[in-house]
Design a protein around this ligand. Structure first.
Ligand SMILES: [Zn+2]
Length: 480
């Protein structure tokens, strides 16, 4: 039978606020256990939560960037359940009145055609703590670290519009890119700043009714997301084809084995008994506030890509790479302001700049020792013929380590291109004199030897000979 998979995703993104959602405790990652806690985030009796306004600001940004409607009034609710890392016995979340609804994200399907994935809702909530299982033989206890309790999260819930693991990965990648562009989330999946729950079901292709879904919890890499969804698809199809039925349950992805495993279904029988949180006032957002937020929204990745293609005439690949991070796009644009050959700038940014950053272990162009102005200065020298593009590579490396301008380096090291005909002619003559039989063969029509002679001449000039002149002079010698 031809099966179709139906996937909906819930993405939890940790917001980049300095303090937690309902108290002033720090949200810094990696601090010693339980050093960033207070009565509010511990849920001690009598402690009252106060909403961090930044969280609302960040949520509105994300909502506007994903085409959501901002609710004029939304409300926090208590989601009641007992868990060891949730000392209050309830999580403050949003339920029937979320801050954002009815958005979308545009991706490509597996064939590269544009596809729109609906966003059902986006709501704010607090994170829970973390259980630590001591690596001590015979340990019959667990430890609780509550530093993460009450850290602000945005839960972004998609419509079940996703039909393949590839679409799921592209959706999360695009969402992550937007969150990072907006500066509201660092997108670090290793540290759990972005975690994905995937609801997966299958149905015979053409049938409208959804199959029973299983929820895969807390996937924290693109690779695992793809593996988990594909595994789950196969598992459900096999189960049904063998006459079994899929049960609605929560499953975990075991990355080491590459399989999803069912958790106890008892835990699934949650009745959260949501009710409005009596300690927190409804969140009221005026249309003026929404308009103001719209004006402050930065240019988003997709429109930026489109602009890079049309206004700089860059190929799609260049626009994709350059717009993958906001700082990289800014770096490129700053350089282009000073050196107008956009394609040349793009080649160097995508080539030497990214290669060196990668080599030196930097993940952002913000760490580049070569500034846009330095790059533009070097490209000016290439353009006006002062240095060859080969020498430029050497100058670039030198800029990278010394942080000096290209002009200073060229002057210091005497790297200026030789465009003096008589100087080059002397070198050409010398090389011909050294290789008389090869020259006879070249003259006799062995074109392969052109490369040999050009190489020798360039080496003799230490790469400084103007390549155009070298070719011209060599041809002249052959014809004479
Ligand atoms: Zn606190």
């Amino acid at each position: 039978m031809d099966w179709e998979m139906v996937v909906g995703l819930e993405v939890h993104s940790q917001l980049l606020t300095k303090t937690k959602i309902f108290c002033g405790c720090s949200t810094r990652f990696g601090a010693s256990p339980n050093t960033q806690v207070c009565p509010v985030c511990l849920g001690l009796p009598g402690a009252l939560p106060v909403l961090n306004k930044r969280v609302v600001e960040f949520a509105i940004k994300v909502g506007l960037a994903t085409g959501c409607t901002v609710a004029p009034v939304s409300r926090f609710a208590r989601k009641n359940y007992f868990y060891p890392d949730l000392p209050k016995g309830y999580q403050i979340s949003q339920y029937e009145l979320p801050i954002l609804e009815f958005g979308h994200l545009d991706i490509e399907d597996d064939k590269g055609a544009p596809k729109r994935i609906g966003i059902t809702r986006i709501h704010m909530e607090e994170d829970a703590g973390k259980l630590l299982h001591p690596d001590v033989p015979g340990a019959d206890y667990s430890l609780v670290d509550l530093n993460r309790a009450c850290v602000p999260l945005l839960e972004i819930v998609s419509e079940p519009d996703i039909r393949s693991a590839g679409e799921a990965v592209r959706y999360v990648k695009k969402l992550r890119e937007i969150l990072v562009y907006l500066g509201v989330c660092d997108g670090n999946m290793n540290e759990g700043s972005l975690r994905v729950d995937a609801n997966v079901s299958v149905r015979p292709r053409g049938r409208e009714k959804f199959g029973t879904r299983a929820e895969i919890k807390n996937v924290n890499s693109f690779k695992f997301l793809e593996q988990a969804i594909n595994y789950e698809r196969e598992r459900q199809i096999e189960l049904i084809e063998e006459g079994g039925t899929v049960i609605q349950e929560t499953r975990l992805f075991d990355a080491a084995k590459g399989v999803t495993l069912g958790m106890r279904s008892k835990e699934e029988a949650h009745d959260y008994r949501y009710f409005p949180d009596p300690d927190l006032l409804p969140i009221v957002i005026s249309s003026e506030e929404v308009e103001k937020a719209k004006e402050l929204l930065p240019e988003l990745p997709d429109p930026k890509r489109e602009r890079f293609r049309t206004s700089y005439g860059l190929p799609a690949l260049d626009a994709d790479v350059l717009c993958s991070a906001r700082e990289l796009a800014d770096f490129f644009e700053e350089a282009v302001k000073l050196h107008s050959d956009a394609k040349a700038v793009s080649n160097w940014v995508m080539g030497s700049v990214l290669k060196n950053l990668n080599r030196d272990g930097f993940d952002s162009v913000a760490f580049s020792p070569v500034t846009p102005a330095m790059l533009a200065g070097m490209l000016d020298l290439v353009k006006n013929g002062a240095i060859s593009s080969k020498i430029a590579k050497e100058v670039f490396e030198e800029m990278w380590t010394s942080k000096k301008s290209a002009e200073a380096i060229v002057k210091e090291k005497g790297l200026t291109q030789i465009s003096d005909t008589s100087e080059i002619e002397a070198i050409v003559d010398a090389i011909i004199a050294k290789n008389p039989s090869e020259f006879e063969r070249l003259k006799g029509g062995d074109a392969k030897l052109t490369g040999f002679f050009v190489g020798q001449i360039m080496r003799e000039s230490k790469g400084k000979a103007n390549p155009g002149l070298v070719n011209e002079l060599l041809k002249k010698k052959m014809d004479s």
